[in-house]
Design a protein around this ligand. Structure first.
Ligand SMILES: [Zn+2]
Length: 287
């Protein structure tokens, strides 16, 4: 009897993964390759794998397993998680992101060592404590979150799925969907691997510059000094010299290269220097 009960519970716990698998499968490989959509925010014509509402569903479904892998979420009512949410929401409210259908949610993850920030398709955005505690002020936090909002708005995740980089995920999805309760351990492993590859997904340099530019524009619109993005690059570059390689570097071009492009943008936008009304926001206590 008790075995039967446990077995039922296991069956229940796999449901979210089934949903992810089904969402992925529904798109179908052929549709991936043939689907073209006009980006509702940027007007760009893109090969994307899914509709905006599908992106949102995929992001919302995978967010909990994603968070669990990085020590779980920090209490959303805590001071630091509130700060992340407030800065994120301010960026959305003042940039073109507010015109999109995406439901942006900003999460702080517990992992104190991992230096990472990432976005799932549809607007779920994460930053680790490891990165947050290295940042010096609100403007730098806005730069990191603005960059991630850029990936969502430009639909880079959906675009990559269409480009076939997610072929492996499709295979995994088939595995998840076809496994029964007896293999739920294996299915969970496969889902973990799938979610992992979503985060470690490396975007092209073009995608990264596009997101950096979006981040710079968004932080400026929110009243932050965009030159603080250079501070973020310095922090990433220093973190990469320590023993532990920041996860962000796995999926992002070298911060030195990005810094050059950021400098170019700053000189072009503000040849006479950064206006006084753009500030660094609140200073963070050093750790
Ligand atoms: Zn990026």
């Amino acid at each position: 009897m008790s075995y039967g009960y446990r077995s039922d519970r296991r069956g229940f716990s796999i449901r979210p993964q089934w949903i992810i698998a089904l969402i992925l499968l529904l798109f179908g490989t052929f549709r991936f390759l043939t689907n073209t959509q006009v980006n509702p925010v940027t007007g760009e014509k893109q090969h994307v794998a899914m509709s905006v509402s599908q992106e949102i569903a995929l992001g919302v479904q995978s967010a909990p397993s994603m968070a669990a892998q990085m020590g779980g979420k920090v209490d959303p009512h805590s001071q630091s998680a509130t700060l992340v949410r407030e800065v994120g929401e301010r960026l959305v409210a003042t940039s073109v992101a507010r015109k999109s259908e995406y439901r942006f949610q900003f999460h702080l993850l517990r992992d104190p060592d991992m230096v990472n920030a990432f976005a799932l398709p549809g607007g779920q955005i994460f930053i680790t404590n490891g990165l947050l505690r290295r940042l010096q002020n609100e403007a730098q936090l806005a730069g990191v979150l603005g960059h991630e909002i850029g990936h969502v708005i430009h639909r880079h995740g959906a675009q990559h799925m269409a480009q076939g980089q997610f072929g492996q995920i499709l295979v995994t999805a088939v595995g998840v969907a076809s496994s029964d309760d007896r293999h739920s351990g294996r299915a969970n492993q496969q889902v973990a691997a799938m979610v992992n590859s979503m985060v470690k997904l490396s975007y092209s340099r073009g995608d990264e510059s596009q997101s950096d530019q979006f981040g710079l524009e968004a932080m400026t619109a929110a009243g932050f000094d965009p030159s603080q993005m250079l501070g973020v690059m310095k922090i990433l570059s220093e973190a990469s010299k320590s023993n532990r390689q920041p996860e962000w570097l796995g999926s992002h071009p070298h911060p030195e290269h990005r810094a050059e492009q950021i400098e170019t943008w700053l000189h072009k936008q503000y040849p006479d220097g950064i206006p006084d009304n753009l500030t660094i926001g609140r200073k963070f206590q050093s750790h």
